[in-house]
Design a protein around this ligand. Structure first.
Ligand SMILES: [Fe+2]
Ligand SMILES: [Fe+2]
Length: 362
């Protein structure tokens, strides 16, 4: 954990891009002092999957390779990369080693967090050895306080007592809709650490929280859910500007709860449909405070594409450039007090990647 005392941050502006099956999130932050502006990239959910020997599932490999290559081409160069978890599929050493090898091609530092697919085989032991990182930590960068949580732990009973082998525990947690899985928590110990960590901060300090699962309750049956989300939100409540970026859901999501803006990153591996579609509709538990225009669940590439987020004065405006869909902007509406999908159009006339990448450099 790195701690500094930068407390004079006044204003920030961010832009983020995520790329469809190459969901790479690019965030630009700036302050009143131009020299303090910076950017970082966010890559998540690559699910590197071992087959046998030196064979891995090629599609998942290619997603991460492409994200790393695009990151290295970003201009301006990001100060660092955050990896949002689920690097591996079943948490094995070959998968984590191979994923780390692909990530080692990045030309800047990386701050990773754990996903459940990295964790439940050996409870994050090898992951920590490999990346030389604790399971949760924080650091300051140019006036912004970054907190990286391990949001995918669960009760000791489930973790230590229920399963005869570590492999079975991993397999139970790896299924999206497996009823034998367990809801995620941040947990008492980590929430206590978070309280102490933030106690050193002025409430005007911009806080960026990185989690794997959403720190809000969206859909329990698929673990788009963190069971103690409200308690974590309460710890973040005193701060003027809080942004939570998360992986795990493999789809576009945004929400606003009090002072906290939530934005998901897409996965490099595959998109999930929205819960509420197919046979799951009757189980859908909507707790989003902002109604969302949703992607077409029958079209696997819908809701994948470039994503830019501008965060002026702490409020996210997300500009989506989607494959085979029109440009969308989700921006803060001061009148109704939440983010809103501005003119959403379900056409097939959206721009392709080339034009977006130029926008990224602008
Ligand atoms: Fe994932
Ligand atoms: Fe996950």
């Amino acid at each position: 954990m790195i701690q500094t005392n930068r407390r004079k941050f006044i204003q920030r502006a961010a832009s983020m891009a995520a790329v469809g099956t190459l969901p790479l999130t690019y965030v630009r932050l700036g302050s009143s002092e131009q020299s303090a502006g910076f950017s970082f990239a966010f890559i998540s959910d690559s699910h590197i999957q071992h087959i046998r020997g030196a064979e891995f599932v090629r599609n998942w490999d290619r997603g991460l390779i492409r994200a790393v290559a695009e990151t290295n081409l970003l201009n301006p160069k990001p100060d660092f990369v955050i990896y949002g978890g689920d690097l591996a599929q079943l948490g094995t050493r070959p998968e984590l080693d191979h994923g780390a090898e692909l990530l080692s091609a990045l030309n800047c530092d990386i701050y990773p967090i754990l996903g459940e697919h990295d964790y439940y085989l050996d409870l994050g032991e090898y992951w920590s050895d490999l990346f030389k990182r604790p399971h949760y930590y924080s650091f300051d960068h140019k006036g912004v306080h970054f907190v990286l949580l391990n949001s995918i732990v669960t009760s000791d009973e489930w973790t230590y007592e229920r399963w005869p082998t570590a492999e079975q525990r991993m397999n139970e947690m790896a299924g999206l809709d497996n009823a034998n899985g367990s809801p995620f928590i941040v947990g008492d110990e980590q929430r206590e650490w978070l309280k102490n960590d933030l106690a050193q901060m002025e409430t005007s300090t911009p806080i960026v929280v990185i989690s794997h699962s959403p720190l809000q309750k969206i859909y329990k049956s698929w673990n788009f859910w963190t069971d103690d989300a409200e308690q974590v939100q309460a710890i973040l409540a005193p701060f003027d500007q809080v942004t939570v970026l998360y992986g795990h859901v493999h789809q576009i999501q945004y929400n606003q709860i009090g002072n906290i803006a939530f934005t998901s990153a897409m996965a490099t591996a595959w998109p999930w449909p929205y819960p509420g579609s197919y046979a799951h509709s009757e189980q859908y538990l909507p707790v989003l405070t902002v109604p969302m225009n949703r992607a077409d669940p029958l079209f696997a590439r819908d809701a994948t594409g470039w994503q830019f987020v501008d965060v002026h004065t702490g409020r996210a405006a997300v500009n989506y450039y989607l494959y085979d869909n029109a440009v969308r902007t989700v921006a803060w509406n001061a009148e109704n007090g939440h983010p809103e999908d501005q003119p959403f159009q379900d056409s097939v006339t959206g721009p392709r990647r080339g034009s977006c990448s130029r926008g990224l450099a602008a």
